[in-house]
Ligand binder design. Sequence first.
Ligand code: NAP
Length: 464
Amino acid sequence: MTIASINPTTGKTLKTFDGLTAAQIEEKLQLAAETFRSYRHTPMAERAARMQHAAEILEADKQALGKMMTEEMGKPIKAAISEAEKCAWVCRYYAENTPHHLADQVVETNARKSYVHFQPLGPVLAVMPWNFPFWQVFRFAAPALMAGNVGLLKHASNVPQCALAIEDIFARAGFPKGAFQTLLIGSDAVEGILNDRRVVAATLTGSEPAGRSVASIAGKQIKKTVLELGGSDPFIVMPSANLDEAVMTGVKARTINNGQSCIAAKRFIVAAEIYDEFERRFVEKMRAMKIGDPLDESTDIGPLATPQIVNDLEEQVKRAVASGARVLTGGKKIDRPGNFYEPTVLVDLNVNEPVSCEEIFGPVATLFRVSNIDEAIRIANATQFGLGSSAWTNEAQEQAQFIEELEAGSVFINGMVASDPRLPFGGVKNSGYGRELAEFGIREFVNIKTVWIGGDKVNGDNTE
Ligand code: NAP
């Protein structure tokens, strides 16, 4: 099979690559298994030094890496460069914190000595999406490699250049050749790899159907999975909120990454007292967004990553309108080369229609008017997803109610949902399970081994 890198701004093919043959996949799996046998014993300080070096490479090369991301999947160049910087941050975070996260934990019991000891599992398969083509991979790879695992990356088929560049960064940082390998394969090759006994676990960031498929194959093999799937995040604005900030952040939260983020704010649920003013200002700002070449630093919104995403958006907007929604601005594909779609605001959605709570992966916001906090929470939770949530209020009691009652993996009060290496990231409901980042993330792919030692003090034991 051929894997193509196509510029979404122009529609032109940048490069093509041959997909791996069965024999090449076998070689890579063998190398992963062999590398793991020695890599697992490398001292933590050595892994940390290599991870720090990976951070230095990312920082030194951020302009070129950013350009590669922008040309391959269309995100605005400033955001692409920041993405490379954020990857350096997560490398440094795990280089510095893994010794503490994975240190033995002594537990007092009736044993002479008992403690929890963390060990790596082996080769882990990472199936990753194109929307944050570096960040999604590094937030898996940094903790996995620091824990002593080795990584196999099946990246999205539209970002092969990014996939190969990431493999190259880890090699240049000094990790052994089999510690992190990119597999240029289609999704049809994933099942065979997951069934291979040398692959011990998998993580998938992507859509719900892909998550179901990978989790069920891994489940049959009794292999651990982490799933980071879609979202339909609510953004709730109550009367006490700072309206200027809420509008400004809301537009940013909807249009970040050209609207293609799992934690983008997708449904805006606004108290009736301030609804009209919020709607007016929100629409004004969406209309003012500058659409264009993502390599131009002044561009707010670039193209969507593939023509299929534009088709999906068109279909969703048509479905919403057919069931009674009104388009306040936008609502159609832009007539120019590339995959451009207008920033769009939809109101009067029928809350019983699937389109009012499914994931809309592009710059299309849906607005809902509510009469009180209970109604806001009811609409916010009326989705199969539960990734992030953002609520804007300066009333302590309302803040507490949102924290307690929103069904999501995170609640941001008076702020935009964002990932941060120091905080766990993940979802509930159909947004997946397991966590990435922070101490919780690195614990996903380790054997949490209980050690219980009885008997008398033994010769050579200096630890007591
Ligand atoms: P996708 O179509 O599910 O693809 C994601 C990855 O899964 C790609 O590598 C894809 O390979 C692979 N894949 C697709 N179907 C598969 C299958 N049946 N078996 C095995 N692998 C399969 O998702 P996407 O369109 O690239 O990404 C957008 C989705 O990701 C959105 O739903 C978004 O919310 C979600 N996302 C979630 C998070 C999070 O942290 N929760 C973060 C970012 C994105 P091919 O490219 O070869 O098809």
